[in-house]
Design a protein around this ligand. Structure first.
Ligand code: URA
Length: 245
């Protein structure tokens, strides 16, 4: 691997930044100053130091993104801005989103280059919980909750697996919000263990309600960091990665 790519992959800066730093003599490989950005390093065996600090190469990287509405969950797209574009990093071109959120859905999206972990998280056999905050067009009735909790017909071969519903607004809040001109629908969290296309929207539609706003707040043990602004991202902490496995 080229020395400049190694340093970009390790988050030391953009390709042009690390090239400048290499040429300025700020990088050593096995104790020798290397000034050629294209110098080949073995990421397993060579010791690379950048500004006197040893860089241990990480094969896999994990980012939590607070996805904003208006970007697509893909690695590339001819017309639309993608979630990978939001990571605006040069060098590491192997990141992909784990699963998809609709273009208008916000919230937690994991991006990684760890295919095995992604596969495990998305496998239908693993029943990994996905929790969504949903703003609904109408107040959710007890009967609708019961149906969602039992499983509903969204036009697939089988009913959806039982979901968990938690109503965050009660009727009184809904009504006063209605009077003040805001939407009078419930705000709920819905937790599902599947990942069918538009699943949450289709489930609420199946019980004669409608999702107006959708945000994923949790996937398995990984909880959206609410300190992340929309469109912002950060690396996962070690304990968060372990919690996903
Ligand atoms: N369910 C949906 O309907 N949309 C999403 O983006 C995610 C789950």
């Amino acid at each position: 691997m080229r020395l400049d790519k190694f340093l970009c992959d390790m988050n030391k800066g953009t390709r042009s930044r690390v090239k400048k730093d290499i040429k300025a003599g700020l990088v050593t490989v096995n104790g020798m100053v290397i000034t050629k950005p294209e110098y080949g390093v073995n990421e397993q065996t060579d010791t690379v130091c950048y500004k006197d600090v040893t860089c241990v190469y990480e094969k896999y990287v994990y980012y939590m993104l607070n996805k904003p509405a208006g970007v697509v969950s893909a690695t590339e797209d001819k017309r639309e801005r993608t979630v990978v574009d939001l990571l605006d990093r040069e060098g590491r071109g192997d990141l992909f989103p784990v699963g998809r959120l609709d273009k208008d859905t916000e919230g937690l999206l994991l991006l990684t280059n760890d295919g095995e972990l992604a596969h495990a998280l998305l496998s239908p056999k693993k029943h990994v919980e996905k929790e969504y905050e949903c703003h609904l067009a109408h107040a959710l009735t007890a009967q609708q909750i019961e149906r969602l909790e039992q499983g509903v017909d969204i036009g697939e071969k089988e009913l959806t697996k039982p979901a968990k519903v938690c109503v965050l607004t009660d009727e009184a809040i809904s009504q006063s919000a209605g009077k003040s001109g805001a939407a009078d629908g419930s705000i709920i969290t819905l937790t599902i263990t599947e990942g069918k296309f538009h699943q949450v929207k289709r489930m609420l539609h199946a019980v004669d309600n409608e999702v107006l706003y959708l945000k994923r707040i949790r996937m398995g043990n990984l909880v959206l960091d609410e300190r992340l602004e929309k469109g912002a991202y950060r690396r996962l902490e070690k304990w968060e990665i372990t919690g996903l496995e």
